[in-house]
Design a protein around this ligand. Structure first.
Ligand code: M6R
Length: 595
């Protein structure tokens, strides 16, 4: 997931670009680069790997200027390498790009016929050559960019500088997020507000198809046909200095440990924690008659959605379907007009989720974005928004964003149960009390950190790890496996406990760690019988449960972890803490790059 930063009108452009790229590191990347403009000449530096490498390169071979663009690249077209790193240049143009150009192959062939020489395997380079081609035909930079982008199919956010024009930068957006930051005698571009927040709080989010000309003093926005358009400037709510590690070794560790506080804060938006009463927001009243819900999300947000489905069906009696967003487009939803589409996303910028939201909007379905980034595209394009209030999540592995998504989904379930009268007041109060207790219970679990560290020492050399659970614990198993894969690079799978015997058990040989998510609910006996099957294959069982649950399992070969007893509505929130910490410690022990 690439990142863009651009600066115009500052005499320390190169260091501002590097600082901006550092703030974008959380999105993941494999190479980075910057280009600046000094006395009309473009100079660029690129390097493979960490931004530290780029910094070292700049120390040896500094570049100056007061206009510049920077990029962190996550390889899609072409391997991670210095030559494939952005900015890409052609003639008088240097370009940074987020997104994917779908017709790049066709464009590349056409440009090669016109004698343009490609140095990289990227899709981005076609944009640099195309603009350069139209500049050579004497079009102005703006006209050349507009004409080039008409030929391009796919998604992009672009930052472009031109040699020979000192106080000038162009940016454009279609399908990928981009904002202009308005400063004092200095302007900026950034692919998200986290990159821009310390530079300015005044942001102008571009609309689809927008192209903007920026100078140090001002900016002008045009639509894709070159017609001047007005775009408003908003003030970002992101605080300037909030994004610090605060004594922790990694952002992921910090974000895991701040969950009691963050969840406590998030709950205050949905429940009057003193009176233990629901605070029903105005959007909820607009969706109260909904009979059918479709949720679309990716990755961790998809796992949270699966838990939301259990709750909405069980407590509010609403038919709920959940899809991985990238798969949604292959379905034919018959009754979109009368259903509610929910779009769950931490960043609010995930392209597949955004695409489903747009489809729903086109079909005139009601939409609700459950998002963490209040200024994101999903938040701006949804009819209704429910913020999850996790604060910026910098670690690449989603942790506090997941648990606060669960809090929001739990609260939404209670709002709907209240409207549908599927639960009485007492029952609703009992569930809201359970949610209010989550921060305290999580604090207790965080104090058991040395136990999770010990589990990590036992699994760090495993080739495969299995996670199993039933009901709402099944998505927690999926989440545990995703966390482990994502940051420790150990192959891991999450399975519904009852499905293990239908094939996957064949992979369980002596010593394979199996992490069992099993609070003492009505499903625990069934899960224990799956544990017996796995034990007979020699699996190393790590059984996460509570006092009652552990009493039921009497086998010395099993490692047990005893969590506090809790109401079943909060158990997926509580049981995600051990799986987050096991993944975190395993990655640290293996020496992989956690954040
Ligand atoms: O920002 P989103 O919630 O839409 O992101 C979706 C996934 O890319 C994300 O949850 C990913 O799976 C996590 N980083 C995994 O920890």
């Amino acid at each position: 997931m690439c990142g863009i930063i651009g600066v115009i009108g500052h005499n320390k452009v190169s260091s501002l670009l590097i600082e901006g790229l550092k703030r974008l590191e959380y999105r993941g990347y494999d190479s980075a680069g910057i280009a600046t403009l000094l006395n009309g000449k473009i100079d660029r530096r690129r390097s493979l790997g960490k931004i530290e490498n780029l910094k070292r390169l700049l120390k040896k071979s500094p570049i100056k200027g007061n206009v510049g663009i920077g990029h962190t690249r996550w390889a899609t077209h072409g391997i991670p390498s210095k030559t494939n790193a952005h900015p890409h240049s052609s003639g008088d143009v240097a370009v940074v790009h987020n997104g994917i150009i779908e017709n790049y192959d066709e464009l590349r062939k056409k440009l090669e016929k016109k004698k343009f020489i490609f140095e990289s395997d990227t899709d981005t380079e076609v944009i640099a050559h195309l603009i350069s081609y139209y500049l050579k035909k004497n079009l102005s930079p703006l006209k050349a960019t507009i004409t080039a982008l008409k030929k391009v199919e796919g998604a992009f956010a672009l930052g472009i500088i031109f040699s020979g024009i000192n106080n000038y930068l162009i940016c454009a957006k279609r399908g990928s997020p981009l904002a202009i930051g308005k400063g004092k005698n200095c302007n900026y571009i950034g692919s998200d507000s986290i990159a821009l927040a310390p530079l300015t709080q005044k942001l102008c989010y571009l609309n689809e198809g927008d192209i903007a000309e920026i100078t140090s003093k001002d900016f002008r926005v045009y639509n894709q046909n070159g017609k001047r358009v007005k775009r408003s400037i908003t003030t970002t709510s992101l605080a300037k200095n909030k994004i610090k590690m605060g004594g922790y070794n990694h952002f992921m560790e910090k974000e895991i440990f701040e969950q009691p506080a963050v969840i406590g804060d998030a709950l205050k938006y949905f429940i009057d924690t003193k009176k233990k009463k629901l605070l029903i927001p105005s959007f909820a009243k607009k969706i109260k008659k909904i009979k059918e819900i479709y949720i679309a999300a990716c990755g961790t947000s998809y796992h949270a959605s699966l838990i939301g489905k259990y709750w909405l069906e069980k407590y509010a009696n609403i038919k709920t379907e959940v899809d991985i967003a990238s798969e949604f487009r292959y379905r034919n939803i018959i009754n979109i007009k009368n259903s509610l589409g929910i779009f769950l996303s931490q960043s609010g910028e995930t392209a597949d989720t955004l695409a489903v939201l747009r489809y729903f909007n086109q079909q005139k379905g009601k939409t609700l974005g459950i998002i963490n980034s209040a200024e994101s595209s999903i938040a701006r394009e949804s009819n209704n928004v429910m913020e999850t209030h996790a604060g910026p999540e910098i670690g690449v592995a989603s942790t506090k964003a997941f648990t606060t998504q669960l809090v929001a989904l739990g609260a939404l379930t209670l709002f709907m149960a209240n409207f549908n009268k599927t639960m009485g007041r007492n029952e609703i109060n009992k569930l809201s009390n359970a949610l209010v207790e989550a921060p305290g219970q999580i604090s207790k679990i965080l104090k058991m950190d040395n136990i999770f560290h010990k589990i990590a020492t036992n699994i760090k050399n495993a080739k495969n790890v299995l996670y199993i659970g039933r009901g709402t614990n099944y998505p927690v198993a999926l989440e545990g496996a995703l966390k482990l894969k994502e940051i420790s690079y150990i192959h891991a799978e999450g399975y519904p406990a009852g499905e293990i015997k239908h094939g996957p058990i064949a992979l369980v040989e002596k010593g394979v760690p199996v992490i069992v998510i099993a609070p003492s609910d009505q499903l625990i006996d069934k899960t224990i019988s799956n544990v017996e099957e796995l034990l007979s294959r020699g699996a190393k069982i790590i059984f996460i449960s509570d006092k009652k649950g552990i009493k039921k399992i009497n086998n010395k070969k099993i490692t047990t972890i005893c969590l506090p007893e809790s109401h079943e509505i909060i158990s997926p929130i509580l049981y995600s803490i051990p799986v987050q910490l096991i993944a975190y410690h395993t990655a640290v022990l293996k020496g992989t790059d956690v954040d």
